[in-house]
Design a protein around this ligand. Sequence first.
Ligand code: URA
Length: 241
Amino acid sequence: TGVEGCAAAPIGPSYKDEKPKATVSGKIKFDTVHVLPQTPQLIALLTIIRDKNTQRGDFIFYSNRIIRLLVEEGLNHLPVKEHEVTTPLGRTYAGVRFEGKICGVSIMRAGESMEQGLRDCCRSVRIGKILIQRDEETAQPKLFYHKLPNDIADRWVLLLDPMNATGGSASMAVQVLKEKGVAEERILFLNLIASPEGIEHFASKYPKLRVITAFIDEGLDDKNYIVPGLGDFGDRHFGTL
Ligand code: URA
């Protein structure tokens, strides 16, 4: 595969004794896939949400911190224009300003857990929803519902789904967005944990779409759960275990 190993690697600043070792994300060869920097904070946050003994309140709090990092990184991929301001000291500062329009689109149900993190960065952001579920007979993803802003074709879209397992639902969501006129290069897919299979499938199918993920895990089990993963994100977030 295009994913290179994610063996235990030293992490963190310099330590007096031995540096802690932690498993960090695998790397991937696609230029469109951006894995968040594997900082000590990010690894510590992921360690908490992966722990099966972490209670729901902590799961929500710490996954929100990762979501915030994903949204901030996603926003870094949007174009900016030069923008000069005057400071209270009467001096000018040559800065930048984001000019475009954005919207979030969450893949229900788990993607809805990422909406607050997006709102925390972009006040009153518009949010569309897409419901895709696996058809039990065909085992293929099936589109049940979507409701999107009317002018979505003029917007940058942050597509939200915390776990990218096979890439099947996200692929179908992208089809819906493209049918509504959204250009592939204006879609940013944000997820916390991806499988190598899911991310490769997705990145090869949509070569212009950008993916921002916090971690590429080892793989999938026979039920298409990401391993080592964190279990069912939606169940842990919404308390439906
Ligand atoms: N969705 C989840 O919530 N977890 C997985 O491991 C895969 C898909």
